[in-house]
Structures are given as C-alpha cells and as structure tokens.
Write a protein that binds this ligand. Structure first.
Ligand code: NAD
Length: 353
C-alpha cells in the first residue's frame, strides 16, 4: 500500500493541511482507501510533546513513506532554543538530509486572475512561467561551521562534490528538455571557486543535451533580472543558499507566497510543502491561503504517484476558484471580498465536482 506521511507542523500548517486532505479525498474518491495516510508530529508541536523537533517515529514514518506532505514549522515560541533544537535546524534540514531530498523544484506561473494581486506591473508578470531548481542537501547550509575565540570569529564552509552538482544539473537539463529548452545556471563564478567548478560541470553536461540552450548568470544579476524581465527564464538551477533566496523572490512573481508549491525529491520519493512558513502573525485565525499546499499535493500526485490526470484536475480547480473571484486576504485587492482558509478549501472541492 503506498504510504503518505502527513506532517501538519506549526502555525498555519495546522490549518492548511486539512484543506489539502479534503482536496485529496475529493479528487481520489474511493481510491483514497488504497493509500496509507497517517499524521505525525514535527517542529514546535513535536518539541512541546516529546522534546524533539523530529521525533524518531516521525523520521521512521517519513523514511518508509512514498511521499511526505508537510504544512510548515517554526514560530516565536521556539526561537530561543539552541540552534540545533529549533524546528528548522532540528527537523527540516535533517529531514531533507535523511531522506536524501537533494532537488527542490518550485514552479512559478502567473495565474491570470491574480495579476492584480502582484506587487509588480502587469506587463512584467503576465507571462511568467518558470521553474526554479535548487540544490537542497549540500553547500553552505550543510558545510562545516564553527566559532573561534581569539579573535572572535565564525565560519560556514561552502562545499560541493562533483556528484552533488551533476545529479542536480541532470534534473535541471531534463526539466528544461521537457519544457522550453532553456536552462539558466545561476552562480557567483566571478568570486567563488565552488561556482567555477559548478560552471565547468554544467558546460561538460550540456554536450549531452544539445537541444537545451545553457546560459550562466551571476546570482546578483539573476535577482535583478527576475524582477526586471522574468519572462526570459524557463528553468533556473542553482546551489542551496542562492536558491533559498531566489525562490522566495520568485514567489512574488506568482501573486503571493501563499500560492507557491514545492517538491523536494529523491527519485520518485518526495516531500511536498508550500514555499511559505508557519505565518505566526495569522495563525489560528482561518486567514491562511491553503492553495500552495493544495498545489503541492497536486505535485505529489504527479511526481510520486504518476497521477497526471488527477494532478491536472486539482490545478484546474485552483484556477477556477480564482477565476470565480474567491480570495484569501493575501490575494485580495482593496474591493475584493475575503474568504477564510476552510472556505477556500471547500471552494476547490466544489470546483472539482
Ligand atoms: P512566513 O512565510 O511564515 O510568513 C511571511 C509572511 O507571509 C507573513 O506575513 C505571513 O502572514 C504571510 N504568509 C505566509 N504564508 C501565507 C499563507 N499561506 N497565506 C497568507 N499569508 C501567508 O515567513 P516568516 O514570517 O519568515 O517565518 C515564520 C516562521 O516560519 C519562522 O519560525 C520560520 O522559521 C518558519 N519557516 C518555516 C518554513 C518551513 O516550514 N518550510 C519556511 C520558512 C519559514
């Protein structure tokens, strides 16, 4: 029986996950009984109950699962714990590492009904349709780190092996091949040796993908170009920290961070989660936009379970509710009526019928 581990986590994670499950029940119908779907504790919620952000039973369940659907984790209540015990360092990073989820895939596509919700001008964002692929288990976030006392100093090592670079670039080339065949590799090769190594490998691999046009861009320029002329991009690939920053930036091109889904993959196994965090400022108020996690669940149907048709139906239902004018607070313009998290989930379920 295929297994899905559900990790609601903290803050709005607790509110949006039930909406994604509602939508999965609606789109799968009776077939949902063929899946073993169980919830586990993670993040601050797990710290409160068991003292650990990633309890061993949660890790084991995620290792055994075909897919993990995660809400969000973290919040001010746990911010003062030692760094390694906090939800992100204590659970999210180890979960990615333990599951070997080395590729983070974030599609950003402007939904026409949301153009007015963008903070950018309509002509800049109207044709945005890109995918950012971020390396997720290497680089500076996982390199050696430490402090020195005399004189006081701190360091984080940016380290990549050739194998780590090749496997993420392979996904990027293949994704570009299946789309508009344009791949932009983002680095800082004018300063960083790891970037120069990355570039050499990308150039070498490009020979195996003659149809794909490979370009390179410095990360500072990429940040500017994403705001200036995002339409130029099809697939972007980059290392962990640059990707962390660029994916948040790119999220604004799709209207709101509440719309951005993501998949972190190791082969067919995937962890699916919205790009946003636990939004403590609106948690527990039925204000969160559940569409990013609903779209993440659609990616799970497609990438892990091969259910392309059902995934596409969920994506169409999301477009339909937006066309019908349903808006959570993050999407609403000044005159638009705002609905809550649960009502948005219900609207997607109704649109699926
Ligand atoms: P955040 O994404 O939680 O919130 C940023 C802003 O966006 C807030 O104003 C919030 O209200 C809004 N927002 C986010 N998601 C929304 C949604 N679905 N609907 C409507 N509005 C939404 O980022 P933050 O404030 O920097 O972080 C809050 C907590 O989340 C921190 O503890 C952080 O460590 C954690 N975090 C977790 C993850 C994760 O679990 N993957 C990712 C990022 C941040």
């Amino acid at each position: 029986m295929p297994k899905i581990a559900i990790l609601p986590g903290d803050g709005i994670g607790q509110e949006i996950v039930p909406e994604a499950l509602k939508v999965l029940r609606a789109v799968l119908g009776d077939k949902i009984k063929e899946y073993d779907i169980q919830e586990y504790l993670v993040g601050g919620a797990a710290i409160d109950r068991s003292g650990k952000a990633l309890p061993p039973e949660t890790l084991k369940a995620c290792q055994e699962a075909d897919a993990v659907l995660l809400g969000a984790m973290g919040g001010p209540k746990w911010d003062n714990l030692p760094a390694d015990e906090r939800p992100e360092r204590g659970a999210l990073l180890p979960l990615r590492k333990e599951l070997g989820l080395y590729a983070n895939i974030r599609p950003v596509k402007m939904i026409p009904a949301l153009i007015s919700a963008s903070t950018l001008k309509e002509h800049v964002v109207q044709n945005v349709d890109l995918v950012v692929i971020r390396e997720l288990t290497g680089g500076i976030y996982f390199g050696e780190k430490g402090r020195k006392s005399n004189p006081p100093a701190a360091y984080d090592l940016l380290y990549y092996t050739e194998e780590e670079i090749r496997r993420i670039l392979k996904i990027a080339f293949e994704t570009a091949q299946a789309r508009k065949k344009k791949l932009c590799s983002v680095d800082k090769a004018n300063v960083l040796e790891s970037s120069r190594f990355w570039r050499e490998i990308a150039e070498d691999m490009a020979k195996d993908y003659p149809e794909v046009e490979l370009t390179h861009m410095y990360v500072d320029n990429a940040a500017m170009q994403l705001i200036r002329y995002p339409e130029q991009f099809d697939v972007m690939v980059t290392e962990n920290m640059f990707g962390d920053i660029l994916t948040d930036l790119a999220s604004m091109l799709g209207g709101s961070i509440g719309m951005l889904a993501s998949a972190s993959m190791n082969g067919k196994k995937g962890l699916y989660e919205p790009a946003h965090g636990s939004a403590p400022d609106i948690a527990g108020q039925n204000k969160a936009n559940p569409l990013a996690i609903i779209l993440s669940a659609a990616m799970m149907l497609r990438f892990t379970f091969g259910l392309e048709q059902q995934a596409a139906r969920v994506e169409q239902a999301v477009r339909k509710v937006l066309d019908q004018g349903y808006r959570t607070g993050d999407l609403a313009g000044p005159q638009e009526k705002i609905i809550g998290t649960r009502e948005m989930g219900d609207a997607v379920v109704a649109a699926l019928r």
